[in-house]
Design a protein. Structure first.
Length: 479
């Protein structure tokens, strides 16, 4: 009898422990994820009674604010409309939140520290959100949006010295002011032709085309296997493992140095360079640049797509052929990248080989105007030696001076860049066009990537002028 009672008691204790463990998981360990879940309606309902902090551009322009809506609740407004839609996001009780409105939700709702919340309660102060000051530049953003008008594409620009994002443009875009209207969000979600809710800067993967040759050049020179003056056969139809590779317009160039090969964007040269470097070396430099991993941008992780989804989400699998390596070296075939990733490649060259983590937030300020959090520049990796960065930068400047990127040239500012044109529909002149760059060459302050979907043009004629206009705006019309 006693044994039966003991067994029953032990069972009750076990069940009680399981119950405590289950509830503790959600109330303690999963509290943060529940609070930040954009579908948590209860949390959003409670937060409607809190005046959320403002989201501001670098110049103080208000991008998002809360206003009284009656009954003790507040509603979100977006004075700048859809200018920074994909960076700022939205916050509504009916559809949840996204982008900075989601990733900075704790700060915007005054939950940054429990100590401050308790002190406010003791002083009889109602809870109020902190303001988030971003690094974004409204004037340059408007230039990017205007340049992309009528197209599908993206432009992202940042300061290579510290990773501060200045321009974050994705087109088509949406107007967050309309999302609270019945049916609008659902309609936009189902618009597969335009995909206006899609953040093309961080969520879209595209073949980079010849813009990726910058990465191959970094690996070639930094590894010590090549120099800018190394000579490689640039004839059309060079075979790799018996498979011929072609240059644009089937041109043959004969033996050329790597600077000329980048200036004229010679496919056969860079494919041979990649094959010579091999899988391991190419993968190593790609990983240093952030490929095949989630970039540390301060947006929700669900909105950040890794680049380099090659051969089943691996940069180069053990079964990858030499042809795979060669095609990857020229940015073709199975390689997909985000515009942000390509901007970071240019930024690493611009910053003497040191890659800084990108960030949208500059600082967080409380209701009393005190800075409670400042985003400090953080190094992601030392991708290459400073001498390598200088050499690749000089090669990229030749592309703009006399190569495929002359449309990006600016008076009084030396721009270093690389074009890219990836064929999307073979034989039909449907391309993904690119231009990545940094400027000024000697003292870089801007690194940029611009891309346009399904263009009938080339990177040098379509994407380069877009990037050039944004660079000019960010530099104040000159150097």
């Amino acid at each position: 009898m006693n044994k039966a009672i003991l067994r029953l008691f032990a069972l009750v204790v076990l069940l009680f422990a399981l119950l405590v463990g289950f509830t503790s998981r959600w109330t303690v360990f999963e509290a943060g994820s529940l609070r930040s879940n954009p579908l948590n309606r209860r949390q959003l309902l409670e937060q409607q009674r809190i005046p959320r902090g403002q989201i501001l551009a670098a110049d103080g322009t208000v991008l998002a604010r809360s206003v009284p809506a009656g009954g003790g609740v507040f509603r979100r407004t977006y004075p700048s409309g859809g200018l920074f839609a994909h960076a700022v996001g939205y916050s509504y009780i009916t559809i949840g939140n996204a982008s900075l409105e989601r990733s900075r939700n704790d700060e915007l709702t005054g939950q940054r520290t429990s100590v401050n919340t308790i002190l406010d309660q003791l002083r009889g102060r109602k809870r109020q959100g902190d303001d988030v000051l971003t690094t974004l530049d409204p004037k340059a953003q408007q230039v990017a949006i205007s340049q992309l008008a009528g197209r599908k594409g993206a432009v992202v620009a940042l300061d290579p010295r510290n990773g501060a994002v200045k321009v974050f443009a994705s087109v088509p875009r949406y107007d967050p002011r309309t999302l609270a209207r019945p049916g609008v969000f659902q309609t936009l979600s189902q618009d597969s032709a335009r995909s206006p809710l899609l953040d093309r800067v961080t969520q879209s993967g595209y073949p980079p085309g010849s813009a990726f040759k910058v990465v191959t050049a970094i690996a070639a020179i930094d590894s010590g296997r090549f120099t800018p003056s190394s000579t490689v056969n640039g004839d059309n139809g060079v075979k790799i493992s018996g498979v011929p590779l072609n240059n644009d317009f089937n041109q043959s160039f004969g033996p050329v140095d790597l600077t000329t090969a980048l200036t004229k964007s010679i496919n056969t040269v860079w494919a041979q360079v990649a094959v010579s470097l091999g899988k391991a070396t190419m993968a190593r430099y790609m990983e240093r640049l952030g490929f095949d991993s989630q970039l540390p941008l301060d947006l929700p992780s669900a909105e950040l797509r890794p680049s380099g989804e090659f051969k089943g989400r691996r940069l180069l699998s053990p079964t990858s052929s030499l042809v795979d390596v060669g095609r990857m070296g020229i940015g073709q075939d199975k390689l997909d990248v985000t515009p942000l990733q390509m901007a970071l490649a240019a930024a690493a060259v611009a910053n003497r080989g040191r890659l800084m983590a990108p960030h949208l937030t500059d600082r967080v300020v409380d209701r009393d105007g005190r800075t409670v959090q400042r985003v400090a520049p953080r190094t992601m990796s030392q991708v290459m030696k400073p001498a390598t960065a200088n050499a690749v930068g000089q090669m990229m400047s030749q592309v703009v001076q006399e190569g495929t990127g002359t449309a990006a040239a600016l008076s009084g500012v030396q721009v270093a860049g690389k074009t890219g044109t990836a064929e999307i529909v073979p034989g039909q002149n449907v391309n993904q066009v690119w231009f990545i760059a940094f400027a000024p060459l000697d003292h870089p302050r801007i690194a940029i990537a611009a891309t346009v979907e399904r263009s009938d043009g080339q990177g040098g004629t379509v994407a380069a002028p877009i990037a050039s206009a944004v660079i000019q705006s960010l530099l104040g019309g000159g150097g």
